[in-house]
Ligand binder design. Structure first.
Ligand code: NAD
Ligand code: UFG
Length: 338
């Protein structure tokens, strides 16, 4: 298929382009580079041995989107474009609602105007709030969401569901990602956060490389085996491959389909720190800090549905995730700018 990858220079999208290419699909990457740089796509080109067509554009720009769809004959879109920092979204709600909602409205209009009715949307486990059941299945009701970022994901899921209901020619796949970490095993592409990382794995790897003094572990009094938060970490290459599998659902005209993409295993913060130290032979100094507002104790999924319907399941374990995160970090201590 020929695929428009919106937000194509970002962390998950860059890995997804590698997997799409491997599976024989062609892509056009579109990004305004608000949270990424073109170097990621140059690195992808190195991995796949060919140029990645790139259009620098804001997805909110209706004129640019109309011309993108006029100039290319797309079979489907994978929509990664959005702002994603939970804490920042609490401080800048308008910016988050405006960017994430409007980008999607403009994209969907351009798709409809040009007869492209297949979309894969990057959603998040955050839509489950504090989940009503563990492991989380896709039938688990959505929960109370405590931040504007998560609200945009939940609201956009609803927009896409309503659109699909109004016109059954649409195929809409909502992928609810759990916690993507790690990097391509080549060490050429990986996660390159701006400033102080919000997420656990980049904080661990920046601490191990000496950029940060110590990791703060946010709470050790949760109702979990060691008191620290438990999450379903998934290797970003597995997550990327999940998008290729999701195209199969589109090929058989799935209508609306929702999948959890996770491994089904929960690891605590200290499990991840210990695995990182063991696998990579490095130290990660840490100290226990107060709980972070909005965090929940435990979040991991039941990934059976994606396996049954798409034949997808995660191949990599926590060791590979830690190995590849470190390989990326030590080869690119300053990320793409280094
Ligand atoms: P990322 O920031 O690396 O990628 C998002 C990309 O979208 C960036 O390259 C950014 O420049 C681009 N972008 C943002 N707004 C844009 C706009 N208006 N026009 C054009 N480009 C725009 O983030 P990521 O971690 O790769 O996440 C990709 C998607 O997956 C996001 O939608 C995110 O919310 C979602 N998601 C991420 C996680 C996670 O833990 N990383 C978890 C669940 C869901
Ligand atoms: N943590 C620390 N110290 C840190 C960073 C994180 O102890 O410096 C802990 C958190 O308290 C949590 C765990 O590590 O227990 C994971 O935290 P992350 O910030 O890496 O991930 P979250 O589960 O909080 O959030 C991620 C994405 C969200 C997404 C959510 C849903 O950042 O965008 O997963 O799955 F919505």
């Amino acid at each position: 298929m020929n695929i428009a990858v919106l937000g194509g220079a970002g962390y998950i999208a860059s890995h997804t382009i590698v997997e799409l290419d491997k599976a024989g699909h062609s892509v056009v990457a579109v990004d305004n580079l608000v949270n990424s740089c073109e170097e990621s796509l140059r690195r992808v080109s190195k991995i796949i041995g060919k140029e990645v067509p790139f259009v620098r554009a804001d997805v909110r720009d209706a004129v640019a989107m109309e011309s993108l769809f006029k100039q290319n004959k797309f079979d489907a879109c994978i929509h990664f474009a959005g702002l994603k920092a939970v804490g920042e979204s609490v401080e800048k709600p308008l910016e988050y609602y405006e960017n994430n909602m409007n980008a999607t409205f403009v994209l969907l209009n351009a798709m409809r105007n040009n007869g492209v009715k297949n979309i894969i949307f990057s959603s998040s486990a955050t839509v489950y709030g504090n989940p009503a059941e563990i492991p989380i299945t896709e039938n688990c009701p959505k929960g109370a969401i405590t931040n504007p970022y998560g609200q945009t994901k939940s609201m956009l899921e609803q927009v896409l569901m309503d659109l699909q209901k109004s016109d059954p020619e649409w195929n809409v796949v909502l992928l609810r990602y759990f916690n993507p970490i790690g990097a391509h095993p080549s060490g050429l592409i990986g996660e390159d956060p701006n400033g102080i990382p919000n997420n656990l794995m980049p904080y661990i790897s920046q601490t191990a490389v000496g950029i940060r003094k110590e990791l703060g572990v946010f709470g050790n009094d949760y109702d979990t085996p060691d008191g620290t938060g438990v999450r379903d970490y998934i290797h970003v290459c597995d997550l990327a491959a999940g998008h290729v599998s999701a195209l199969k659902a589109i090929e058989r005209n799935c209508g609306l389909a929702i999948y959890n993409l996770g491994t089904g295993h929960g690891y605590s913060v200290l499990d991840v720190v210990n695995a990182f130290e063991r696998v990579n032979g490095v130290k990660v100094p840490y100290s226990i800090k107060p709980r972070r507002a909005g965090d929940i104790a435990t979040c991991y999924c039941n990934p059976e549905k994606a396996y049954k319907e798409l034949g997808w399941k995660a191949q990599f374990g926590i060791e590979e995730m830690c190995r590849d995160a470190w390989n990326w970090q030590k080869n690119n201590p300053k990320g793409y700018r280094g």
